[in-house]
Write a protein that binds this ligand. Structure first.
Ligand code: ADP
Ligand code: MG
Length: 228
C-alpha cells in the first residue's frame, strides 16, 4: 500500500521557523557558557585549559554554524544562473559514488537528454538534491538501489526529477511531518535537510511529491518550473 503526499504550500510561518532555530541554537550555547564558566573559575589557579574541553566547545560552535548556514540558503539574495540539471545531477552522483559503493548501494540514472536549462541558484539546486540523496543513502544501510531520473514535461513546462530508494520507507506519521523544521527520526539527525529542500523548491515555484510506505522504499519527485 502506497501513501502519497503532495505538498506545495503547507507551511510553517517564518515565526515558527525562527522559534525552532532559536530553540536549536540555545542548547549548544548553554553548553559553551557552562564550559566558559568553569574555565573562568579554574583559570585563576591553574592558568591552563584542558584541550579536550576546547574541542567540545569548537564542536558546539560548529553545530551553531551549521544551523545558521542551512537557514541562510533560503535567502533570496543569491545569484541565479542557467543550470543544466543533468550535468549537476551527474556531478552529485559522482560525489556520492564512494559512499554508495561502501554501502553496497547501486546507483542508477535515467536522465533525459532534452531538458531545457533552468534559471536557478546552482548552490540551492545542489543542496536540494544532496539532501534527498543523503536521506536515500541513509535509508539503505544494508544496500539497495538509488535511482535518479529526469524528465521534461513540455505541456506543463516542468522538469521532473525523481530520487527513489529501496530503503526502509516511511510511515504515514513521518510522511505528514516531512519538511517540518527539526523533525527527525534518526538518533543523530538534525531534521533540517528536508525543511530546506521544501523551502527552496517552494521558492522556485515548484512542488514535491512523495510516495513511500514502510519497507517499500521512498520516491521523492521534484517538479521544477522552466522559465522559458
Ligand atoms: P535528517 O536526515 O537529519 O533526519 P531530514 O529533514 O533530511 O532530516 O529528514 C527528516 C526525516 O524524514 C528523516 O529523519 C526520516 O525519518 C525521513 N526521511 C526522509 N527521507 C527519507 C527516505 N528517503 N527514506 C526514509 N525516510 C526518510
Ligand atoms: Mg537528512
Amino acid at each position: 500500500r502506497e501513501k502519497e503526499l503532495i505538498r506545495s504550500e503547507k507551511f510553517k510561518t517564518a515565526g515558527q521557523l525562527a522559534a525552532g532555530m532559536a530553540h536549536e541554537i540555545r542548547n549548544p550555547l548553554t553548553t559553551i557558557k557552562g564550559f566558559l564558566q568553569i574555565f573562568s573559575q579554574q583559570n585563576a589557579s591553574t592558568n591552563q585549559i584542558n584541550p579536550k574541553y576546547l574541542h567540545l566547545i569548537i564542536n558546539e560552535v560548529e553545530r551553531i554554524e551549521r544551523i545558521i548556514n542551512e537557514f541562510l540558503y533560503i535567502s533570496k539574495s543569491v545569484k541565479k544562473e542557467s543550470v543544466n540539471l543533468n550535468s549537476l545531477l551527474q556531478d552529485l552522483l559522482m560525489f556520492c559514488e564512494p559512499r554508495a559503493f561502501q554501502q553496497k548501494v547501486i546507483l542508477q540514472r535515467e536522465l533525459a537528454d532534452n531538458l531545457p536549462l533552468v534559471e536557478l541558484v546552482p548552490e540551492q539546486v545542489k543542496q536540494v538534491f544532496l539532501n534527498l540523496i543523503q536521506n536515500a543513502l541513509e535509508s539503505m544501510p544494508a544496500g539497495g538501489e538509488l535511482k535518479i531520473s529526469s524528465q521534461w514535461l513540455p505541456d506543463a513546462n516542468l522538469i521532473e526529477v525523481k530520487v527513489s530508494d529501496t530503503g526502509f520507507g516511511m510511515t504515514e506519521e513521518t510522511l505528514a511531518q516531512l519538511g517540518t523544521p527539526f523533525f527527525t527520526t534518526k538518533p543523530d539527525g538534525h531534521g533540517l535537510g528536508l525543511m530546506l529542500t521544501y523551502q527552496l523548491v517552494e521558492l522556485w515555484g515548484g512542488k514535491i511529491q512523495v510516495k513511500s510506505a514502510p519497507g517499500q522504499g521512498s520516491t521523492f519527485s521534484i517538479f521544477i518550473p522552466c522559465s522559458q
